[in-house]
Design a protein around this ligand. Structure first.
Ligand SMILES: [Zn+2]
Length: 1083
C-alpha cells in the first residue's frame, strides 16, 4: 500500500462538521464590486470609511471670488489686486472659458488638528490651480472627481487662519463640448457649480486597501480561468470582505484586510521599495502627460494646462521617489519658463534628479505629413537647442505618440538631429490593416534607420491598470526579437498626467509579479527612463539581435481628411515656409555684403517658432476647434507683417526695395531659387514680359516674342476654345480640358473621352472623426459639377486664359481660370497649363476635388514628400494598397510611364489620390466638428498640369518650386548700385537633382548668436542640399566668399567632417539617394 495512512490519534475530524459548497465563481467575483463601488452599497462599503472626518463649514473655509471680465486670464498679481466677493458652495461660475480667482481663508478645526492626513478637496467639474498666498503656483486640480485633492501643509495645524488662492478655468479636461460628445463644437455658455470645498482627514489604510483590493480583484477577473493565481485572488478578495464585515468596518478589520492582501501583493507595496527586487522586469512604466498644444481649447488654456499638470507631477515625485515622467514639446517648457518661473525651476530641479525627463527633441509634437523638410529640421533645431540650453542635454528619443502618420524621411532627419530612437503608438488606430511590429528598425528613403517602439498597450494615456500591463505582452508583436516594452501611463490629451492611484496600482502589480504571479503577470518596473529602455535594446542589437525592418513611411490608415481640412491654415503654412526661405537667404547675403546690417536672429527665431507651433498635430491637420484657428490666423498675420518687414530690411541693405512707393529706380525681377528659370511676369505698367532669369536680379525689359513663341486663343467652335503655344494645344469646353495635345511628343495627354480639370464633389461623412477622416466609401458618391460656358479673359501673346463659372450649390460657386503662357524653344522652364480657382464655399459635409484622367499607365504614382519622393500604388490589389485611397503630397504628384508622364503641381494643397489613371487633387472639405465653420468662405487655389517627356525628372521638382515661389518684382533704390554679384557668391553645380534648399547663417556665429549655447568664432554660412530624385549624385559647391574651411555638419550644425576646399573656391560633394546634407562654410 502506498502513501501514509491516518495514524491512530490524528486530530483530523472524523465526522463532517457541516456541508461546504463549491463557490460559484461568477457570483463570488461579481460580489467584489460591492466593496469599492459608488453604487447602492457605498455606505456599507470600504469607501464609507475613507475619511475619518470632513468639514465644509464656512467657518473654517471662507471663500471669496474675483471674476475677471471678458474671458481674460489675468496673472496672479493682476487678479489678487482686485476686490474679492464672498461666495459659497452651490454658487455657479461661467460662462465657458471664463476664469475665476478664489481666495480661500482656511482654519483647520480643533478636532482635526491631530488628524492622520489632511487634504483640501475642491471640485466644480472644471480645472483649477492652487496658488500660495505669495503667488507660487503649487498644484493643478481637475474636477469631476479626477484630481480634487491638495495636501494641506503640516505647518497649518496651528489653529490659525491660512490663505491660498485657486484659479478656476471654466473648462473641463476636454474643453467645453456640450453633452457627452467631446468633439462637437464647444458650447460658449456652460456654467459650473462649485459643489465641493472640504477639509478631509484621510484614513490612509482605507486608501491603501482600496488599491490592494482593486488590483487583486482585477487578477480575479482577468487572469486565465485555468490559472491557480486567478482562484487565489478571488479567495483573497472574498476573505478581505468577510473580515471587514465581521469587524463591522472597524479600523482593525481594515488593517487585517491589508495583511491578507499582502499574501498576494507582498509586503512592500506602500513604498518604492517594491521595485528593489532583483528580478528582471519586462514592462517599463513611464509616466507621461500628453497635452495637446491646442485642440478642444485654445493656446492660452494650454499654457495653464502645462503648469497645472507638471506641478502635480513634481508633487507626486516628492512622494513617490520611483516616479519617472517623460515630457515632450520645447514650446510648453518655454511657456512654463515665461509665465510660471517658479514652476519651471521646480521642473528643472526634478530634471536634475532624473525624475522629470525632457524627451522628443522637437519644438512641438508636430504633424509630419505636411511640414516641409526644412520645417522638420527646424522642429528639431529649435527643440534640441532649447533642451540643451536649459537642461544641458539633447534628447535621444523622438517622441510622437499621437501624430497622424509618419513620413518617410523622419528617420534620416532624426539621426541628423542626434536621435536614434523613436516612440509612437498611433498606428494602433489603423482601421484597415494591423501594423505588424512592436519593436523594429524604421528605415528612411536614404537608408538611415532609428529603433522604433510602439507600446503594445496601444495607448499613451494608460490608466496603469492590470490589463495594460498584461497587454504589454499579449499584444507584443515582436516577441521573437525582444519581450520588453514601454507602458506609457497618465491622464492625457487634455493634460493631467499620472495620478496617485496609478502609481499605487503599479506598486501592487509589481508586488504581485514578485509574490504570486510566477510569470503570469509581466513584471513591471518604475525608475528607469525611456532612454534606458532603448539603450537596452541597442545593446541587444549590438549583441546580435536582428530587429525587423520597415522601409518608408508609416502610413496611418485613418485621419486622411487632415491633408485637406482647414485649407487656409495649410496655405499659410506653405506660404510662410517659402517666405522663411527668402528671408534667411536675403538676410544672409545682406550680412555678407553690408557690414552695417545685422542678421535679425531674434525675429527669425520668432517667425520660426510661430510656424513650428502652428504645425502642432491638431493645428496644421485641421482637427482643432475654431478658437485655435483664430489663434493661428493671428500668428500667421503677425508673421506675415514681421516677415515682410525683415525681407524689406534685407533688400534695403542690398540696395533694393520690395515696396514700390519708396523708390523710383529700375524695377527688376528677383529669383531666389538656385537655378535658371523662364517666367512670364506682369510689369508694374501692367504689361507682360518674359524673363529669362538667373539666380538673383534680372531685367524686366519687355521682350518682344517671335511669332512662333506666342500664346494664342481662339473659339474653335461654339463654346470650345483652343489655347496654344509652341508646345501644347489645349481644348477647353465648359471649364474642362477635353484635349491636351503635346506637339513635341506628338501625344494626347488626356485619357480618351476624359475631361481634365473636371471638378467633382463627394458626400463626406466619415464614421466618426469628422474633421479628421474621409472614409473610403465617399468615393461611391462622386458627382461631376456642371460648369457654365467658358470665356476668353486673356488674349496673349504672353498669356492666354479662359475663365469658367461653376455653380456648386445655391450657396457655393467657383470660378476657374485656365491659362497657357508663351513658351520658347530654348526656355529653361518647362511649359504647363495652369489653373487659378476662386471658390466661395458654404457646404456641409462635402468634399471638393479636381480630377485629371490622363493617358498614362503605371501601377505606382509618385508624390513629393520632404526631401524626396514617395511611391504609392494606383490600384487596390491588397488591403494595404487600398488603404492608401487618399494620400499626402507636397508640391506635386506624378503619374508617369517609362517615357512620358504628367505632374500635377499645386500651391497650397496636400491631399491627393491616384486611382488607375485618375489623378485627383483634393481641394476643400466641410466638416462640422470640432469647428462648426471649418473652411467656410473664400479660397484661392492654384494648380498646374505639367506633361513631360521621359519619366519623372528634375524638371518637375524645379517647376514645383518655381510654381510656389514665383519671380517677384523689386525696385532698385534711386542712386543705389546693388551688389548683384552677391547673388552668385554661393552656387551648387553638378547633378540637377541636387537642390540647394536653404541658405542661412550659423546659429552660434558670434555676430548672430543670442547666447543660448556657446558662441562660435567668426562667421559662417549654412547650406542645406538634398538629393531629390533618388540617385547618388555629385556636385560642386562654388563660392566667391572668403571661405577658410568647409565642414559637413548635422542639422544641429555640429561639424562632422572637414571637406577639401580648393583655392578656386570649390568643394566637391557627393550625396546618397535622397540624402539631406548640411554644409558649413567658415568665413
Ligand atoms: Zn494629441
Amino acid at each position: 500500500m502506498g502513501g501514509r495512512s491516518t495514524p491512530v490519534g490524528s486530530s483530523y475530524p472524523k465526522l463532517a462538521e457541516r456541508p461546504v459548497g463549491k463557490q460559484i465563481q461568477s457570483i463570488y467575483t461579481d460580489r467584489l464590486r460591492q466593496f469599492t463601488d459608488q453604487g447602492q452599497y457605498r455606505e456599507q462599503s470600504l469607501l464609507a470609511k475613507l475619511y475619518h472626518t470632513t468639514t465644509n463649514d464656512d467657518k473654517y473655509i471662507k471663500k471669496s471670488v474675483y471674476s475677471p471680465p471678458n474671458l481674460t486670464r489675468p496673472t496672479f498679481e493682476e487678479a489678487t489686486s482686485n476686490k474679492f466677493k464672498e461666495c459659497h458652495l452651490g454658487d455657479q461660475f461661467g460662462p465657458s472659458w471664463s476664469t475665476h480667482w478664489f481666495k480661500i481663508q482656511l482654519t483647520i478645526p480643533k478636532h482635526m488638528l491631530h488628524g492622520e492626513h489632511l487634504e483640501f478637496h475642491w471640485d466644480a467639474n472644471n480645472e483649477g490651480l492652487v496658488w500660495s498666498e505669495d503667488g507660487k503656483p503649487l498644484q493643478g486640480l481637475t474636477g469631476g472627481g479626477e484630481r480634487p485633492e491638495w495636501i494641506l501643509p503640516k505647518s497649518w495645524r496651528d489653529g490659525e487662519e491660512h490663505t491660498f488662492y485657486i484659479e478656476m478655468a471654466c473648462n473641463k479636461m476636454f474643453g467645453n463640448a456640450p453633452g457627452g460628445d467631446s468633439i462637437q463644437p464647444p458650447d460658449p455658455n456652460l456654467e459650473y457649480t462649485l459643489w465641493q470645498a472640504d477639509i478631509v482627514d484621510v484614513n490612509l489604510a482605507v486608501r491603501g486597501l482600496r488599491v490592494d483590493f482593486w488590483e487583486i480583484g482585477d487578477a480575479a477577473r482577468e487572469f486565465p480561468n485555468d490559472s491557480w493565481q486567478r482562484h487565489q485572488a478571488l479567495q483573497v478578495c472574498n476573505e478581505i470582505m468577510d473580515v471587514f464585515l465581521a469587524g463591522e468596518g472597524s479600523q482593525e478589520s481594515i488593517l487585517k484586510g491589508r495583511k491578507i492582501a499582502q499574501q498576494y501583493v507582498g509586503k512592500h507595496v506602500d513604498s518604492g521599495r517594491v521595485y528593489e527586487s532583483k528580478e528582471e522586469p519586462i514592462v517599463y512604466g513611464i509616466g507621461h502627460c500628453h497635452i495637446d498644444t491646442c485642440w478642444l481649447w485654445p493656446w492660452a488654456e494650454t499654457k495653464r494646462k502645462v503648469v497645472r499638470s507638471w506641478s502635480n507631477q513634481c508633487d507626486l515625485m516628492d512622494r513617490y521617489p520611483e516616479h519617472r515622467f517623460a515630457c515632450s514639446q520645447a514650446q510648453q517648457y518655454k511657456w512654463l519658463k515665461t509665465y510660471y518661473p517658479y514652476a519651471f525651476d521646480r521642473v528643472k530641479e526634478k530634471v536634475k534628479y532624473g525624475q522629470f525627463q525632457p524627451i522628443g527633441g522637437s519644438w512641438v509634437e508636430h504633424d509630419t505629413n505636411m511640414p516641409s523638410g526644412e520645417s522638420l529640421v527646424r522642429q528639431f533645431l529649435y527643440g534640441q537647442r532649447f533642451f540643451e540650453s536649459h537642461f544641458g542635454e539633447r534628447c535621444q528619443t523622438f517622441w510622437l505618440p499621437d501624430t497622424f502618420g509618419y513620413s518617410s524621411q523622419l528617420p534620416q532627419v532624426c539621426r541628423l538631429a542626434g536621435m536614434s530612437r523613436f516612440f509612437t503608438q498611433k498606428l494602433s488606430w489603423n482601421n484597415i490593416n494591423n501594423f505588424p511590429h512592436t519593436t523594429f528598425n524604421w528605415v528612411a528613403l536614404d537608408g538611415s534607420q532609428v529603433i522604433c517602439h510602439m507600446a503594445p498597450s496601444e495607448t499613451y494615456t494608460a490608466d496603469a491598470n492590470f490589463g495594460d500591463v498584461k497587454r504589454s505582452v499579449t499584444q507584443h508583436k515582436s516577441l521573437d526579437q525582444d519581450n520588453t516594452s514601454l507602458l506609457v501611463f497618465g491622464k492625457g490629451d487634455g493634460g493631467g498626467g499620472p495620478t496617485r492611484d496609478m502609481l499605487d496600482k503599479l506598486r501592487r502589480l509589481r508586488g504581485m509579479s514578485d509574490t504570486t504571479s510566477q510569470g503570469l503577470l509581466p513584471r513591471v518596473h518604475m525608475g528607469n527612463s525611456v532612454d534606458d529602455f532603448f539603450a537596452r535594446l541597442e545593446d541587444k542589437v549590438a549583441a546580435g539581435t536582428d530587429l525587423v525592418t520597415w522601409y518608408g513611411e508609416l502610413y496611418f490608415e485613418l485621419h486622411r481628411g487632415t491633408y485637406t481640412t482647414q485649407a487656409n491654415n495649410k496655405k499659410n503654412n506653405r506660404k510662410q515656409e517659402i517666405m522663411m526661405h527668402d528671408i534667411e537667404y536675403l538676410a544672409t547675403l545682406a550680412t555678407l555684403s553690408n557690414n552695417k546690417y545685422k542678421y535679425p536672429k531674434k525675429e527669425i527665431d520668432e517667425l520660426w517658432e510661430n510656424i513650428l507651433l502652428c504645425q502642432f498635430h491638431d493645428c496644421l491637420p485641421g482637427s482643432s476647434i475654431e478658437m485655435c484657428y483664430d489663434d493661428s490666423d493671428e500668428l500667421y498675420a503677425h508673421n506675415h507683417k514681421l516677415g515682410t518687414k525683415l525681407k524689406d530690411h534685407a533688400l534695403a541693405a542690398l540696395g533694393m526695395s520690395e515696396s514700390k512707393t519708396k523708390s523710383c529706380g529700375e524695377t527688376v525681377a528677383i529669383n531666389t531659387l538656385p537655378w535658371n528659370r523662364t517666367e512670364i511676369i506682369k510689369t508694374p505698367e501692367d504689361d507682360y514680359t518674359i524673363v529669362y532669369a538667373e539666380p538673383g536680379l534680372n531685367s524686366t525689359d519687355v521682350i518682344e516674342l517671335e511669332a512662333s513663341e506666342k500664346a494664342t486663343v481662339t473659339e474653335k467652335s461654339d463654346g470650345v476654345f483652343l489655347l496654344a503655344n509652341s508646345r501644347f494645344n489645349v481644348e477647353v469646353e465648359n471649364g474642362a480640358i477635353t484635349s491636351l495635345f503635346d506637339k513635341k511628343a506628338q501625344r494626347e495627354v488626356i485619357a480618351k473621352g476624359g475631361k481634365g480639370n473636371q471638378l467633382v464633389i463627394f458626400d463626406d461623412k466619415p464614421l466618426y472623426w469628422q474633421a479628421w477622416d474621409v472614409e473610403v466609401y465617399h468615393l461611391n458618391s462622386r458627382k461631376e459639377l456642371h460648369s457654365g460656358r467658358s470665356e476668353i479673359v486673356e488674349k496673349g501673346p504672353y498669356r492666354v486664359s479662359v475663365a469658367t463659372k461653376t455653380k456648386i450649390s445655391d450657396k457655393s460657386w467657383m470660378k476657374t481660370t485656365i491659362s497657357l503662357d508663351a513658351s520658347t524653344g530654348e526656355s529653361d522652364s518647362p511649359s504647363y497649363v495652369s489653373c487659378e480657382a476662386e471658390v466661395e464655399w458654404h457646404e456641409t459635409m462635402k468634399f471638393l476635388k479636381v480630377e485629371f484622367p490622363v493617358d498614362c499607365v503605371n501601377s505606382e504614382a509618385t508624390y513629393e514628400t520632404q526631401y524626396g519622393l514617395v511611391k504609392r500604388p494606383t490600384h487596390y490589389n491588397t488591403s494595404w494598397d487600398m488603404a492608401k485611397f487618399e494620400v499626402c503630397c507636397h508640391k506635386f504628384a506624378d503619374l508617369s510611364e517609362a517615357n512620358y508622364g504628367v505632374s500635377i503641381l499645386n500651391d497650397s494643397k496636400y491631399g491627393f489620390a491616384t486611382c488607375g489613371n485618375f489623378m485627383r487633387l483634393s481641394l476643400l472639405r466641410a466638416p462640422k466638428a470640432p469647428d462648426a465653420h471649418a473652411d467656410m468662405g473664400k479660397h484661392h487655389i492654384k494648380w498646374a498640369i505639367m506633361p513631360h517627356t521621359g519619366a519623372l525628372g528634375t524638371d518637375t521638382v524645379h517647376a514645383a518650386h518655381n510654381f510656389n515661389n514665383p519671380l517677384s518684382l523689386i525696385t532698385i533704390a534711386d542712386g543705389e548700385d546693388p551688389d548683384d554679384d552677391i547673388f552668385s557668391s554661393i552656387a551648387v553645380a553638378g547633378s540637377a537633382s541636387l537642390v540647394l534648399d536653404c541658405i542661412k547663417r550659423g546659429e552660434d556665429d558670434e555676430d548672430v548668436s543670442r547666447g543660448e549655447l556657446e558662441k562660435r568664432k567668426g562667421r559662417s554660412v549654412i547650406l542645406r542640399i538634398y538629393e531629390s530624385m533618388g540617385g547618388k549624385s555629385r556636385g560642386t559647391i562654388k563660392t566667391t566668399l572668403d571661405v577658410k574651411k568647409v565642414f559637413k555638419t548635422n542639422v544641429l550644425e555640429d561639424d562632422l567632417e572637414e571637406l577639401k576646399y580648393s583655392s578656386s573656391g570649390e568643394v566637391e560633394i557627393e550625396l546618397r539617394p535622397f540624402e539631406v546634407a548640411t554644409f558649413r562654410l567658415q568665413l
